[in-house]
Design a protein around this ligand. Structure first.
Ligand code: ATP
Ligand code: MG
Length: 449
């Protein structure tokens, strides 16, 4: 019923040959596609060349081709080939077969990692699925045109051969790149059912590339959004992390909300997008993250999630203190509460959780600006993260700016300056978040959309 309705609504006709993929790709030469060969990594060339010299087909594929066509240096290179994982492994000194759902080969050169995948065949009817139609395992190899049809978007289904400098375009990806359109391959509803994570990918690419989502690609998302609930949380978490670290986190979150994908799906998103308390803080944290990513700096997931969940911690911290706990134990209890909920819901890895806890636990220690405590904090290996976090709290108005300025001077100062700073009496002696600024508990919450 719903299927029929969506098809009718979208004007999608069943095209039997589409499921098999367009057999003949459009071939574009250097003059037509204009890819700058300088943007290619030497290791990507090495891998494709080695495979080709051994009689196999090999191409750069997916996001790297998309980025090359947009004139952007790809952050990593995926390679597609007709060699089987075993055959690939034999050709490289450091190559490892990984993955169960679909085997791929990791080829390493120093720190650089390239993912080499064998062309995938058509999804068989017999492939195991869950009760909602999500494909659980499918390990069939196939022809290149079959591999193309299984990829998610037209702009992600192009193949580039560095030796001949040609692009093979099976699904009109070039035209869509030029028109800045994100279009899913095949019948959108079926593709989301097979793998609901594709809905999150739509949002990420649209926000990151600033592309328009094709109407037929977009329409079923609002209806099918709840299917994401059936995806293992570790996979949703991976996609969320990519989204938050895309350099366009804020735009992605706004787009998620626009598509109706945030609601009830990921508890973390409900917290982030619907908390009046920490909106300014979260906005600043995400802007800060975006800026770092765009400058090519590293972003730690621990810092990111510590920021996203901070105001939930603050709320609970206040509640424990109001119930009579001392400040430091109250903070630890609050951190436990928040981490316990989010670890279950989000599959937060243990390392990320412990980084978050370290950053939070350091915060009250910045309040102590006398005696030996500040020196001890200087030796803390996580000082940088804790201090950056402190600055965010200042910038959001949660605590006085003066405390951040004091720490900047203390960290950068020499011995004499530090001794002098320790003699200054803080303007505002406080313990924990500035009480004056805490919004009233009964402040009206924003109506959720
Ligand atoms: P990014 O720049 O974020 O790495 P990407 O397009 O390379 O973008 P990856 O997750 O690295 O994204 O995936 C590589 C390629 O594999 C994609 O371009 C697409 O062709 C294919 N792909 C990835 N995930 C899916 C999926 N869920 N369904 C279908 N194809 C997918
Ligand atoms: Mg990629």
């Amino acid at each position: 019923m719903i299927k029929k309705f969506i098809r009718k609504m979208l004007g999608v006709k069943n095209k039997p040959d589409e499921a098999l993929g367009n057999r003949k790709p459009k071939v574009l030469h250097a003059k037509e596609h204009g890819i700058d060969p300088q943007l290619l990594s030497s290791n990507a060339i090495r891998v494709t060349q080695t495979l080709q010299e051994n009689g196999f087909k090999a191409f750069v594929v997916g996001g790297a081709v998309r980025d090359l066509l947009l004139g952007v240096k790809p952050k990593d290179f995926d390679i597609a080939t007709n060699a089987t994982p075993e055959q690939v492994k034999r050709l490289f000194r450091r190559a490892f077969i990984i993955g169960r759902r679909f085997q791929i080969v990791h080829v390493m050169f120093g720190q650089d990692l390239l993912e080499v995948t064998t062309f995938r065949g058509p999804a068989t009817e017999a492939a195991p699925k869950d009760e909602h139609g999500r494909v659980l395992r499918d390990n069939t190899f196939g022809e290149q045109h079959e591999d193309a049809v299984r990829r998610d978007f037209t702009i992600n289904a192009m193949y580039y051969d560095p030796s001949s400098q040609t692009v093979l375009d099976y699904h009109g990806g070039i035209a869509d790149i030029r028109k800045k359109i994100l279009r899913i391959i095949g019948v959108p509803e079926a593709r989301y059912r097979e793998d609901p994570v594709r809905m999150l990918r739509v949002v990420r690419f649209a926000a990151k590339l600033q592309f328009t989502i094709d109407a037929a690609t977009r329409a079923p998302i609002a209806i099918m959004a709840p299917l994401i609930n059936n995806v293992p949380s570790a996979r949703v978490f991976d996609e969320m992390l990519k989204l938050l670290m895309s350099g366009h986190a804020m735009a992605c979150l706004q787009q998620l909300r626009k598509e109706g994908l945030h609601h009830g799906l990921m508890p973390l998103l409900d917290v982030v997008l619907e908390q009046p308390l920490g909106e300014k803080f979260v906005t600043l944290a995400l802007a800060n993250t975006d800026q770092r990513v765009l400058q090519g700096k590293t972003v730690s997931p621990g810092f990111l999630f510590a920021s996203l969940l901070w105001h939930q911690v603050v709320e609970k911290w206040d509640a424990y203190k109001a119930a009579g706990e001392l400040s430091i134990p109250a903070l630890h209890l609050a951190a436990d509460d928040v981490l316990n909920t989010q670890t279950d819901a989000l599959a937060l890895q243990r390392k990320i959780g412990s980084d978050m806890r370290d950053i939070w636990a350091m915060q009250p220690r910045f309040e102590k600006r006398a005696g030996k405590t500040p020196y001890k904090l200087l030796e803390n290996t996580r000082l940088r993260a804790g201090y950056d976090f402190l600055l965010l709290r200042c910038a959001s108005g949660e605590i006085e700016a003066e405390i951040g300025e004091w720490w900047t001077a203390f960290i950068n100062g020499d011995e004499a300056e530090r001794e002098h700073l320790l003699t200054i009496k803080p303007k505002h002696e406080s313990s924990g978040p500035a009480k004056k600024r805490r919004p009233r508990r009964n402040a009206p919450r924003k109506a959720s959309e």
